[in-house]
Design a protein around this ligand. Structure first.
Ligand SMILES: [Zn+2]
Length: 317
């Protein structure tokens, strides 16, 4: 729920409209500031977005955040042109993880062009494949039904899917609770919902500032996912922190620490300060990062940044 609109800030190519929101999970308006982070991927604006934690339910999210209308500026063309070779490896990992029953009806939320659905159709005898993506420029010509809309706008039939998937999608949406409600509504009793989300309580998120703010609006935890599930009639089935599909390591912790120590702003790499002595000192932090975060120890300790999650809708629905 939006509680107030703030003033305007400039992005590089349009005006950024910020909105303050209540907690999506419990509607509380009491938050504590965790950290602030700018868009250090595309430098669309120099605004430092506050990441807050709800004092009541501990959900972590960006607040204030860009309104839905001004969000498009944060998804420039290069965002959609990222590595297809990497994606192929990811699709194989998704495929070996999910269980697809015979003659299943499957739905992918945030399907892009439908590349993963294509592989799924080739491997399984599906009764129906549905892909949803409000931002896809085009869809593949395959035996699937596509919706260029949000999940809620697609108005799919209740209790109709055996498997629903959302790979790294829920952290991007403005109202995750609406998505969880809709997923629970369209899932068959006994059906599974698989997703990848980021872990708010990780070195990756908390100290290395790896959350892709402001595109990652919500940062989840086992606790918040359990509470979403409980609210909508789903059950958390698996919650596994792993670097096997996306890298959830805290690489960046030391370079940010040194950068703050020498008082360089987060955007120094796009300014004249990138050639300064201070920026060379930051390189020492980068070296430390490479050494300390080389292994997989965060995954072993269960604190890495990417969660592989599945939910079940109970048989009595
Ligand atoms: Zn809350």
């Amino acid at each position: 729920m939006m509680i107030q609109k703030s003033g305007k800030n400039q992005t590089r190519d349009n005006t950024l409209s910020l909105e303050y929101v209540t907690c999506d999970l419990c509607e509380s308006i009491e938050f504590e500031h965790v950290y602030s982070k700018g868009d250090d991927t595309y430098f669309t604006t120099l605004f430092d977005f506050p990441v807050v934690r709800c004092k009541n339910c501990k959900l972590t999210f960006v607040n204030p955040r860009p309104s839905s209308e001004s969000m498009r500026a944060f998804y420039p063309k290069p965002y959609y042109e990222r590595g297809s070779a990497e994606n192929t490896t990811r699709y194989e990992a998704y495929m070996s993880w999910i269980r697809v029953p015979p003659s299943a009806r499957v739905c992918e939320v945030g399907c892009g062009r439908g590349d993963f659905l294509k592989l799924l159709i080739e491997k399984h005898q599906l009764k129906e494949a549905v892909g949803i993506d409000p931002y896809a420029a085009s869809f593949l010509d395959i035996d699937a039904k596509f919706f260029k809309s949000t999940l809620v706008e697609a108005k799919l039939e209740s209790g109709s899917f055996d498997v629903i998937m959302a790979w790294a999608v829920l952290e991007h949406v403005h109202e995750p609770l609406k998505y969880f409600k809709e997923i629970s509504r369209i899932l068959k009793p006994g059906g599974h919902f698989y997703c990848l989300v980021t872990n708010a309580n990780s070195i990756y998120g908390r100290f290395a500032y790896k959350e892709d703010v402001p595109r990652h609006l919500y940062h989840f935890s086992k606790r918040s996912l359990n509470e979403y599930a409980y609210k909508v009639g789903l059950q958390l089935d698996t919650y596994k922190l792993s670097n096997s599909i996306y890298n959830g390591r805290g690489n960046g912790t030391f370079s940010h620490w040194v950068r703050k120590l020498v008082r360089l702003p987060w955007y120094y790499e796009i300014t004249s300060q990138s050639e300064s002595l201070r920026s060379k000192i930051v390189n020492l932090g980068k070296l430390l990062d490479r050494v300390i975060f080389r292994g997989n120890w965060e995954e072993t300790l269960g604190i890495s940044g990417i969660a592989h999650v599945s939910f079940i809708k109970s048989e009595n629905g």
